[in-house]
Design a protein around this ligand. Structure first.
Ligand code: LLP
Length: 461
């Protein structure tokens, strides 16, 4: 069964879920892009040697397996055939990636003018774009309407007024969805009811504000209400959270039909499909998730006596997360004595929290491997840390690496495609790393490394 094993404690210095590997050189296949492999201990992707790729671009660098990205996008599209699959660009977007998304037949979810600009530059059809955000500015809304964005997901009463005015001024009828909160916050395989007033996104179903928002959209002649939208959270491994959310959202959907006489033709259940960062995680196949979600929606609509709306979903992490990994160069290695006589090997790399904030921000677990050579040395429990001025600047909290790991080695961290480069910062004036797409033996930079001139360009003295 798909799921996530809670760490539940430590044995010595190591979390209980982390097992010493039989072969410390081997890749754990489920964590890596599908073309990743090792040849004589050297990591390969897309038919190229990783040390050779990074010799040209330096480290740290994100390497993106294009075939893997496209295959994951297609897997969602095919699993959810008959539904619209929006790739959530917040996970990672660039012009090339937006093109792949369009080529694979997916729609695109953006949540800022910057993301919209990239999408349009890539040639994504505006009608196939959904636009999110709890505080879209009048300028952002005006541009989205002007460009013909297919769905604007409204998030507040202020925004409904603002958007209705803008659409009236521009002489168009704008299709919208109403973002609702179903009181379900999914934490991996658990879900916890949350206080609705503590939620900044959307309109609460239970308090009645979602119904009021729907009424207000229907009253605006310049807005076309397509349906309700619910996103329950991220890194979810089973369908129980979606099931509860779908029930509550569809109850509102049916109430709108019954009391306001408006049968909404669509329903969006958001993203949040989990991926494997370490051996703790066992995500379900999109086909299994799709089958369950579609069945839940159909059953609930049957029970409510309403037509099944056209469904859409918005996966981000599950498409790009496993397709990309980060490559670092080791700079220093240090043994640190711990209470009880144990030691921990601190491996410092040339990036850190500026290219992966998730460990510091969410206490996220990652894995890693020595990417540049095979080693006969016995495994040691290592912590991979960055070069920033913070003790919390940790990339991989716990992983076994060969005991002879040393300066100059390359270390690669899988699963960094989602919310890695997209949440990267210039902390300590770090230069954000490049993204190199690899496919069929060819590598091409799709996002170049920042330069000191890029940093200085905004510093006007
Ligand atoms: N749709 C909506 C409305 C969302 O807010 C999100 C994510 C998604 C779709 C895509 O969710 P995904 O399938 O990627 O889980 N920075 C955090 C995740 C925040 C996600 C925000 N919204 C992280 O690094 O885990």
């Amino acid at each position: 069964m798909a799921g996530h094993v809670s760490p539940g404690g430590f044995t010595g210095t190591s979390p209980v879920w982390l097992r010493e590997p039989d072969d410390v050189n081997a890749l754990v296949g489920s964590l890596w892009p599908r073309t990743a492999t090792k040849v004589d201990g050297v990591l390969q992707v897309g038919g190229l040697s990783v040390p050779e790729i990074v010799a040209n671009v330096n480290t740290p660098a994100f390497l993106l397996d294009e075939a893997d990205f496209r295959a994951r996008a297609r897997a969602f599209r095919d699993a959810f055939a008959g539904c619209d699959v929006y790739y959530a660009g917040k996970a990672f977007i660039s012009t090339a990636v937006a093109r792949w998304v369009a080529e694979e037949g997916l729609f695109l979810d953006v949540c800022s003018d910057g993301e919209l600009t990239v999408a349009l530059r890539a040639g994504v059809e505006p009608a196939r774009i959904g636009y999110h955000g709890n505080n879209k500015s009048a300028m952002e809304l005006r541009r989205a309407v002007h460009e013909g964005v297919g769905r604007i997901i409204v998030d507040s009463i202020v925004e409904i007024d603002r958007l209705a005015d803008i659409a009236t001024q521009l002489g168009v009828v704008q299709p919208v969805m109403v973002r609702v909160t179903a009181g379900v916050e999914a934490h991996t395989h658990e879900f916890i009811a949350t206080a609705h007033e503590d939620q900044k996104f959307g309109f609460s179903i239970s308090s009645g504000s979602a119904f009021e928002a729907v009424r207000q959209v229907l009253a605006a002649g310049s807005l076309d209400l397509r349906g309700l939208h619910s996103h329950i959270g991220s890194q979810i491994f089973d369908t129980s959270g979606w099931e509860v959310a779908a029930r509550r959202v569809l109850a509102l959907h049916a109430r709108v039909a019954a009391e306001l006489g408006h049968a909404m033709p669509e329903l969006d259940l958001g993203g949040g499909f989990g991926i494997a960062y370490t051996t703790q995680d066992d995500p379900a196949d999109p086909a299994v998730l799709a089958e369950q979600i579609i069945r839940i929606v159909a059953a609930e609509c049957g029970a409510l006596g309403v037509d099944v709306p056209h469904l859409s979903i918005e996966p981000g992490r599950a498409v790009v997360g496993p397709a990309m990994f980060t490559v670092y160069t080791v700079g220093t290695v240090k043994e640190v004595s711990l209470d009880g006589g144990a030691t921990r090997t601190y491996v410092s790399v040339d990036g850190g929290m500026s290219d992966n904030i998730r460990t510091a921000l969410y206490d996220a677990d990652y894995s890693c491997t020595l990417a540049s050579r095979a080693s006969d040395a016995a495994p040691v429990l290592a912590r991979v840390v960055g070069k920033h001025c913070e003790s919390g600047d940790i990339v991989v909290k716990d992983e076994f690496l060969p005991g002879d790991v040393r300066p100059g080695d390359l270390v690669a961290v899988p699963g960094t495609g989602a919310y890695g480069r997209s949440m990267a910062s210039n902390y300590n004036h770090a230069l954000r790393p490049p993204v190199v797409a690899v496919r069929d033996g060819a590598a091409r930079v799709i996002v170049r490394r920042e330069t000191v001139d890029d940093l200085l360009a905004t510093d006007v003295g």
